[in-house]
Design a binder for this molecule. Structure first.
Ligand SMILES: NC(=O)c1ccc[n+]([C@@H]2O[C@H](COP(=O)([O-])OP(=O)(O)OC[C@H]3O[C@@H](n4cnc5c(N)ncnc54)[C@H](O)[C@@H]3O)[C@@H](O)[C@H]2O)c1
Length: 328
């Protein structure tokens, strides 16, 4: 079985490709034996079973040559659409966000629709589809049926993508799965242009003895997941048959509710008080306006019943980061 991954050079895309191949994930009774990455950058996964096509998914000419004429084949079973312009960047450049996050999603769906087989189509959506005023309380998670009311262009573009995938699935053009990802912590490497980038920085930098700045209040609850759990959940979403998903293909992936202060408590338990002291609070109204509009907890009962998983607690997330990224 062949799988196409847009954003295959990115943080999650590369990890998804590795996991699909290392575990020979089974889709519709067939193991995944080859993957095509489509991204602006070459896919870093060194594996003969990975083909890397580089180009801009917002360029319909590239999609035609790379996807329709080159990648889509008889044995293709799924397209995982992860390429995106992330939150702060989509807010700063409206036209770029629209081209990459919305227009390219529709172009990809049309390419899949024209394929001879009904393909599974996995879309990485985000908490940013929600709006302000939702419960931030752990004991009252936001119900699944709450509709999107985004307060950012990124959130609006993801919400429009969700609706497209649901409708293309309803019409039988693709077999869609929309995963609303929690904020992913701890992300290795350097800060990126996501508004939630600080959530990784305040753990990652102190673990390496470097200072970090927190732009939001310590009391703010965040809905979090480790990269390990998210990648496992993306693979699960892809491998599930469409039937138990029913008509509504959008899933709130499970996460855990943790306040910024609780994250720092866990950092202190794992790495000591000196690590915590490296984090200083410097409020940033622009970041706060975006991140504080996201719910701090979602009702994930349906995804949990479908076999998706959450991390045990925030200490476990830090330990997983150390095992996966800091030991070699
Ligand atoms: N990481 C998170 O916390 C998080 C949370 C919610 C949703 N998501 C979603 O998950 C997906 C993957 O996120 P990530 O953290 O791996 O992001 P990332 O920025 O690491 O990867 C995105 C990839 O998309 C590629 N890309 C961007 N524009 C492109 C274009 N025009 N043409 C081709 N490729 C292009 C980039 O080169 C990059 O490799 C995204 O859709 C993102 O919106 C991530």
């Amino acid at each position: 079985m062949h799988v196409i991954v847009t954003g295959g050079a990115g943080f999650l895309g590369a990890r998804l490709i590795q996991k699909l191949l290392s575990e020979e994930t089974v889709l519709e009774g067939q193991a995944v034996t080859r993957v095509t990455s489509i991204d602006l950058a070459p896919c870093p996964v060194a594996d003969d079973r990975v083909e890397s096509l580089t180009g801009d998914i917002a360029d319909s000419g590239f999609i035609k040559s790379a996807l329709i004429e080159e990648a889509l084949a008889e044995d293709t079973g799924a397209v995982c659409h992860l390429a995106a312009v992330v939150s702060s960047q989509a807010e700063a450049d409206f036209d770029l966000g629209m081209r990459v996050n919305l227009d390219a999603t529709r172009t990809l769906l049309e390419a899949c629709r024209a394929h001879s087989k009904r393909l599974r189509f996995l879309f990485a959506s985000s908490l940013a589809v929600f709006g302000p005023g939702l419960s931030q309380s752990r004991s009252q998670p936001v119900p699944e049926a709450i509709g999107p009311q985004p307060r950012s262009s990124y959130g609006a573009q993801k919400a429009m993508g969700e609706l497209l995938i649901n409708d293309y699935s309803r019409r039988g053009f693709v077999d869609g799965r929309v995963c609303r990802l929690p904020t992913i912590v701890v992300r290795p490497g350097k800060p990126n242009q996501a508004a939630s980038s600080f959530a990784s920085s305040i753990i990652r930098e102190p673990l390496s003895g470097i200072e970090a700045v927190c732009p939001v209040a310590g009391e703010l609850p965040l809905w979090l997941s480790s990269p390990r759990a998210v990648v496992a959940n993306l693979v699960h979403a892809l491998a599930l048959s469409g039937e138990p998903l029913g008509d509504w293909r959008t899933l709130n992936l499970p996460g855990i509710t943790v306040t910024v202060n609780e994250m720092l408590d866990a950092l202190e338990r794992v790495a000591g008080p000196s690590a915590r002291q490296l984090v200083r609070f410097e409020p940033d109204a622009a970041i706060d306006a975006i991140v504080a509009s996201w719910p701090g907890g979602l009702d994930a009962a349906r995804p949990l019943a479908l076999g998706f998983q959450a991390d045990a607690d925030f200490d476990a997330i830090i330990h997983a980061y150390r095992e996966d990224e800091l030991t070699s």
